[in-house]
Design a protein around this ligand. Structure first.
Ligand code: GLA
Ligand code: ZN
Length: 672
């Protein structure tokens, strides 16, 4: 199953009319018409209204919301609403509240904090999902199902401990296998019964917080268990929906690069992926782009929904800056350029009270349609109407893959040694950024993905190498492709046990190097690196590389290993394998990645224009779309590299003609 079929990009977002008297709803719908809003996500936080007591359901408000939407010609993404508990449930069944990392059983409050192993929660949530599906499966407004909201976090209660032990039996089979996987002979941990096993938290294996564990294997398995436990909640609701509604696509809103949950384990169970984009302050444009591509990679490149973004400002940060004029439009087209087939906001109307009253909304407290934000939202609504179905279902014809692996992320960041300063996302982003800024389309894929479509495979900080991955990477180079990996790759198996071979383990033959030692240094220790004509720097970790067939491309400039390789290239089969033994600064990463892309003629047509992003999508009818996104505050003066028509303006360009993009401007070129 794929995303819901629509005649154009669904446009709208989270809408909570139950917080308002119905007279306000009239005004909402009038304003929605003005802004081209056709899709509303409803019911995300209405459990205490729809089920005011254990044996009482009351769907009258939801009925009115959906009926009104249908009468107005709008579609609804209907949430099951199981992410925020009603007070009666927590009072009656205190075990639905989570026990935190410190071992404290929480009491009623907040949201997104139910215990995934609690039968009382599971029963109530699936019963509610079932009620809603029964009632609305045939409703004319229903477009898609939105289960729960932003699943995340972990629970350490006794119910979860018991569920963890059951999960461990299924995963490891026997205690011998488990003891072996976790290396329990270290520090006298050999388990003789499953019920001796405790969830890893501040009371057991951890000190100084969730990333400091005595046993990486145990903590990794708890991350996997938590992923699966929450997935179990999702699946139980999905099954309840499916019993009444076999057809309507089901999703849940993810959070992009969200460390706690391995979304690749969830991906097969979603009908379509969706996510909420709130980029960190001051993130470069490649940061949300990486998350978009990761989300697109969940379903083999199928389009996803942008389920939430703020039209103007967030509220949860210490300081919440505005999106500047034009930034919302640019971010929205960037999402579409990377595969979004819906553009939705949090939120349609600002809530009057509580912690999100300052959160940006399409309609503010004063209900005006002449604010800057409303005008920008409405302007975008008109453009999306104009775009119609042109981008729907379009795929990204990427020839570069970037491997993204939650296991490696977790293992790297819960490791004691070599350095706590190495952050998985930062290293992965540096390589992604280099490829994207060079104009290459990039698929961000799991390590299990089919690698045959790719000429280039980037596998930075691939701490764990699992299954037959090394062989599949070798196959990429054998047929002429290029594989890159970096420091702290090929270190451990799926249980985080070191390989009993030279580093980088199963990747060593492909890389043609051997690493015996590594030097981790504080942030301010810099290694000068000379690479071609480029003088750049490296930091954090310096692996000492001995060639076993690879040729040095760059060498360290200081310390006792001055003159030894920092970057190597190894001809392998008809292709090449690159090993980057240190955390190069961005210019160094750019240099390496551009060398690789050049070999495969994958540099984009505007790779020389800093701040200009390009992204390709191929529509189901074969139309090639090239998105141009100017991330700078200045106009971008380009020369059209091909003849094309801008779908947003209808303007045609012949090859060689000047093509100017406004500051923060966008063009969606239909390339002919
Ligand atoms: C998340 C949630 C929303 C809302 C927004 C605010 O994405 O899903 O309910 O809290 O954050 O930014
Ligand atoms: Zn629990």
């Amino acid at each position: 199953m794929t995303a819901p079929r629509t005649p154009k990009i669904p446009y709208g977002g989270d809408y909570n009319p139950e917080q308002w008297p119905e007279t306000v709803w009239d005004e909402d719908h009038r304003l929605f018409d003005r802004a081209g809003i056709d899709t509303l996500t409803v019911g995300v936080f209405s459990w205490s209204l729809t089920q005011p007591a254990e044996d009482t359901y009351d769907l009258t408000v939801l009925d009115r919301i959906l009926d009104r939407a249908a009468a107005e010609g709008r579609r609804v993404c209907l949430a099951t609403g199981t992410a925020a508990l009603p007070p009666w449930l927590a009072k009656r069944h205190p075990e639905v509240n989570r026990t935190d990392f410190e071992g404290r059983r929480h009491r009623y409050g907040q949201r997104h904090n139910f215990c995934p192993s609690s039968p009382a929660y599971q029963k109530a949530a699936t019963a509610l999902a079932s009620r809603l599906a029964e009632r609305y499966a045939e409703h004319p407004a229903l477009l898609g199902w939105h289960i729960n909201n932003e699943y995340g976090g972990a629970c350490y209660c006794d119910l979860c401990a018991a569920a963890f032990r059951t999960w461990l039996r299924a995963r490891h089979g026997t205690l011998d296998a488990l003891n072996d996987a976790w290396c329990t002979t270290f520090w006298s941990h050999r388990y003789t019964a499953f019920d001796e096993i405790e969830p890893p938290n501040a009371l057991t294996e951890h000190w100084r917080g969730p990333d400091h564990t005595a046993f990486q294997g145990i903590t990794l398995d708890y991350h996997r268990f938590t992923t699966d436990a929450l997935l179990g909640c999702f699946l139980a609701e999905k099954d309840a929906i499916r019993a009444h509604d076999p057809d309507t696509p089901v999703t849940t809103n993810f959070m992009g690069m969200f460390r706690p949950l391995d979304y690749h384990r969830w991906a097969p169970h979603l009908d379509f992926a969706s996510w909420d984009s709130y980029p960190p302050l001051d993130a470069p444009p490649t940061w949300p782009a990486l998350a978009h591509d990761l989300m697109r990679g969940l379903k083999d490149g199928a389009p996803f929904w942008l389920m939430e973004q703020t039209p103007s400002t967030t509220a949860c940060r210490d300081v919440n800056p505005l999106r500047r004029p034009g930034e919302l439009r640019l971010a929205t087209f960037q999402a579409i350029a990377h595969g979004a087939d819906a553009a939705l906001y949090f939120q349609m109307r600002a809530s009057r009270g509580a912690c999100e009253k300052y959160h940006g909304a399409v309609i503010g407290h004063a209900g005006r349609d002449d604010t800057r934000v409303f005008r920008e939202v409405a302007g975008l609504g008109r453009e999306l109407q104009l775009l119609g179905a042109a981008t729907l279902g379009a795929r990204t014809p990427a020839r570069t893959a970037l491997l993204f692996d939650w296991d490696s992320w977790w293992a790297l960041e819960i490791s004691d040694g070599p350095s706590r300063l190495v952050r998985y996302q930062e290293v992965v982003h540096a390589y992604y950024r280099a490829a994207r800024e060079a104009g290459a389309d990039v698929d961000v894929v799991p390590v299990t993905a089919d690698l045959t479509p790719y000429a280039v495979v980037l596998a930075p900080v691939l701490h764990m190498v699992k299954g037959d991955l090394a062989t599949r990477l070798e196959a990429v180079t054998e047929r002429g492709g290029t594989v890159l990996t970096t420091f702290l790759s090929g270190r451990a198996d799926e249980h985080d046990r070191a390989f009993l071979t030279d580093v980088p383990g199963p990747l060593a033959p492909l890389m043609g190097v051997r690493v015996d030692e590594w030097d981790a240094r504080p942030q301010d220790v810099v290694q000068p690196i000379a690479m071609g004509g480029l003088r750049t720097e490296a930091r954090l970790v310096f692996e000492l590389v001995r060639s076993r067939g690879a040729e040095p491309v760059a060498t360290y400039g200081a310390d006792f290993y001055a003159g030894t390789p920092a970057v190597t290239r190894h001809p392998y089969g008809a292709g090449e394998a690159w090993y980057v033994a240190t955390a190069l600064d961005q210019p160094g990463v750019d240099w390496v990645v551009r060398r690789i892309l050049t070999r495969h003629a994958l540099l984009g047509p505007y790779a020389g224009h800093a701040g200009l992003e390009t992204a390709t999508r191929t529509a189901p009818d074969g139309k090639r779309l090239l998105f141009l996104l100017n991330h700078t505050p200045d106009p971008a003066h380009l020369t059209a590299h091909t003849s094309a028509t801008d779908l947003l303006t209808g303007k045609r360009f012949e090859k060689g003609e000047p093509l100017t993009l406004d500051p923060l401007g966008t063009a969606v070129l239909h390339v002919q």
